[in-house]
Design a protein around this ligand. Structure first.
Ligand SMILES: C[S@@+](CC[C@H](N)C(=O)[O-])C[C@H]1O[C@@H](n2cnc3c(N)ncnc32)[C@H](O)[C@@H]1O
Length: 360
């Protein structure tokens, strides 16, 4: 097709609307992260309804700044406004998405992990020249914290009761006593959930992010469990001989600088009768389909540039798969190249991720 060259007035208006909406969304991300950090959503919810002065009295913060924040959040439709009483409040949907860590729609860590990556913006200009991105730890502790919060609902509430039982014979093995590695464990929420549910089994969480490992070890200190260790594979590599009955990766392979060697090492470390459970971002093999049919494609390409692809390109020879780059087709090819012969997508519906049962 030949691109249009004449301006169409209606299209121009719509385009301006999209651009100003995009700028407002960027500002909203930063301003919502302030509310998240300062506990403003929680404080507002605890008051049920509040004027800026009442929120200031509750939090001890400046009324003028709170007034502007509340007005901004109401205009962005993230909080509600009652004109009669000049008060603000959270809808039940806002509570589910922003505050309730036990709700499947919870996305509270999103603002934190997105804004943690904003510091890399000046450096990203150079990345477009050099090709080199930023590791997870380059973003500071906020990135590990935000990601942990975003994935917490699944890792804490769904993995053990709904996904592990879909794997052939795995739950039984874990009941009896098995060896498990959670590779790219992040803050260890999934590792801890599995270890607490299966006390006869032993768990090792591996991660190259020291910020994530520090969080995982802090969480471990708060519970009474002796069947978990968290290690950095740069200090203690995965065993080169078949050792583990179950190896898991939850949203890790697309982030890895060297995903094929990582899959090879998972294959090596897995026992012949073991299972590799791989969770990774749901996407289509073609960009056109992602563009036309993936409802989260814009968000995911955004996270890719700021966090995931950047991390995967943080070394000169990084693969740079990108957030949407480890789709089912690629996962089948790369696990097969690692030596696995069986691959099945689990029958578990999740808008963000696919789940694969991979075996030798
Ligand atoms: C998106 S986070 C997911 C963390 C956690 N699994 C979760 O579900 O919250 C990806 C994690 O993979 C880790 N990672 C990337 N490459 C890795 C590698 N080669 N070995 C171990 N961890 C790795 C990163 O440091 C990061 O903590």
């Amino acid at each position: 097709m030949t691109p249009r060259t004449q301006i169409d007035r209606e299209a121009l208006e719509q385009y301006v609307g999209r651009v100003t909406g995009g700028i407002a969304a960027g500002l909203n991300c930063a301003i919502s992260s302030l509310g998240d950090k300062l506990g403003l959503y929680e404080a507002l919810h605890s008051l049920r309804m509040a004027s800026s002065q009442e929120l200031a009295d509750k939090t001890g913060l400046s009324e003028r700044w709170l007034r502007e924040w509340l007005r901004h959040q109401a205009c962005m439709q993230q909080i509600e406004y009652d004109a009669e009483s000049d008060r603000f409040y959270l809808s039940p949907e806002a509570v589910a998405v922003l505050l309730d860590t036990k709700h499947p729609a919870y996305f509270g860590g999103g603002f934190e992990s997105a804004t943690a990556s904003f510091d890399s913006l000046p450096g990203l200009v150079n990345s477009f020249h050099s090709g080199i991105g930023f590791s997870y730890d380059d973003h500071g502790p906020g990135c590990a914290s935000g990601i942990e919060r975003m994935s917490r609902y699944f890792n804490e509430n769904t993995l053990v009761p709904n996904v592990l039982p879909l794997l052939d014979g795995v739950a039984e093995k874990l009941q009896q006593g098995a060896l498990v590695a959670d590779v790219g464990c992040g803050g260890g929420v999934a590792t801890l959930a599995m270890a607490q549910s299966f006390p006869n089994s032993q768990f090792v969480g591996y991660d190259i992010s020291e910020h994530a490992l520090a969080r995982a070890r802090d969480h471990l200190d708060t519970i009474d469990a002796t069947n978990i260790r968290f290690v950095n594979p740069l200090d203690e590599m995965m065993p080169a001989e078949p050792t583990y009955d179950l190896i898991t990766t939850f949203d890790v392979i697309h982030d890895a600088a060297h995903p094929q060697p990582l899959l090879n090492s998972i294959h090596q470390a897995l026992r012949d009768d073991g299972t590799y459970l791989c969770e990774d971002i749901r996407s289509f093999p073609s960009f056109q389909k992602n563009l036309e049919e993936h409802p989260l494609a814009g968000l995911l390409y955004g996270f890719s540039i700021m966090v995931c692809m950047s991390s995967s390109l943080s070394t000169a020879d990084g693969a740079g798969l990108g957030t949407l780059g480890f789709n089912e087709e690629v996962a089948r090819e790369m696990t097969s190249a690692a030596g696995f012969s069986r691959f099945a997508r689990l029958d578990y519906d999740n808008p963000m991720n696919n789940y694969y049962e991979v075996r030798k």
